[in-house]
Design a protein around this ligand. Structure first.
Ligand code: GLU
Length: 281
């Protein structure tokens, strides 16, 4: 028991030292492969449960965000084997950047003023819109104005949950879950009437889980500009924006969108895509 406690203390001390020494992603004194800032590699935050965007499938990582992350990392001088992917759930993204757990995040991460107070963004590299996922035979929910008296599921720490709480709080029962896949389970089980988040996320989930029994309403009610999350004061923003611009100009962006939305009933809003990156802070 005593030994165990000592071991934990020593581990805590070691990791505190490691963190203060280089801000790297070392846990319990064990350096991770392709460790963070200071090492040779780069640690990139992605989603693990969003088909078509960021999905962990065994040792494979797939999706549009993952492909964009690989392209950008490559432009920054990192080869594929220097990249370590790490899961960054919606609610943990800012803190994981602040703690040095990840070097950059590509995870359907909307650029917002509130988030910009604590982290920086490069991009945007894509623009989605908040929408609703309902049962295929549902006819009474055609947009957010029909949510009165309904049970809705969204994810903690997302702009989607935030928007429901600020704009549609009256009469809507909001169930918050750590990830969208849990919300789809709740919808399939009839525990909620709808799931709300970005249309591209809902399209991917519906294609992967729905057996045709779920549908995206198709009436987006926000603009979600996906940025690359960076620690505050990062010097990578300009280079990332240059990489995004190159990716759009050389046709890769279009190819990646097409490849990752294949089989999903989804077309990006052509008025807003592809976007032009914002000036860096
Ligand atoms: N794009 C929204 C956000 O950044 C919703 C999707 C997500 O939770 O990743 O909050």
């Amino acid at each position: 028991m005593r030994k165990h406690t000592m071991g934990l203390l020593a581990m805590a001390a070691a990791s505190t030292l490691a963190l203060s020494a280089c801000g790297g992603a070392e846990v319990g004194g064990e350096p991770e492969e392709g460790a963070s800032a200071g090492g040779d590699g780069i640690t990139i935050g992605i989603k693990y449960d969003q088909p078509g965007l960021g999905l962990q499938d065994g040792a494979e990582y797939t999706g549009f965000d993952v492909d964009v992350a690989r392209y950008v990392a490559n432009e920054l001088g990192y080869s594929e084997d220097q990249i370590t992917f790490k899961e960054t759930p919606s609610a943990n993204r800012e803190s994981m950047l602040q703690n040095g757990d990840v070097d950059m995040i590509f995870a359907t991460y909307s650029i917002t003023d509130e988030r910009k107070e604590v982290i920086d963004f490069a991009g945007p590299y894509f623009v989605a819109g908040q929408d609703l996922l309902v049962a295929a035979d549902n006819t009474d929910i055609t947009g957010p104005e029909d949510l009165e008296g309904k049970n809705l599921c969204s994810v903690t720490g997302s702009t989607s949950a935030e928007k429901i709480k600020t704009d549609y709080a009256e009469g809507v029962q909001l169930l918050e879950r750590p990830g969208y896949a849990e919300c789809v389970t709740a919808l399939a089980a009839g525990q909620v009437d709808a799931v709300t988040t970005d249309d591209i996320i809902l399209a991917g989930l519906s294609a992967a889980n729905g057996d045709g029994n779920l549908k995206v309403v198709g009436a987006p009610f926000s603009e979600e500009r996906y940025g690359v999350g960076l620690p505050k004061g990062s010097d990578r923003c300009e280079d990332i924006n240059a990489a995004i611009t190159k990716m759009i100009d050389d046709g890769t962006w279009e190819e990646l969108v097409a490849a990752n939305t294949e089989g999903a009933d989804y077309t990006p809003n052509a008025d807003l895509n592809p976007p032009t990156p914002d000036a860096c802070a």
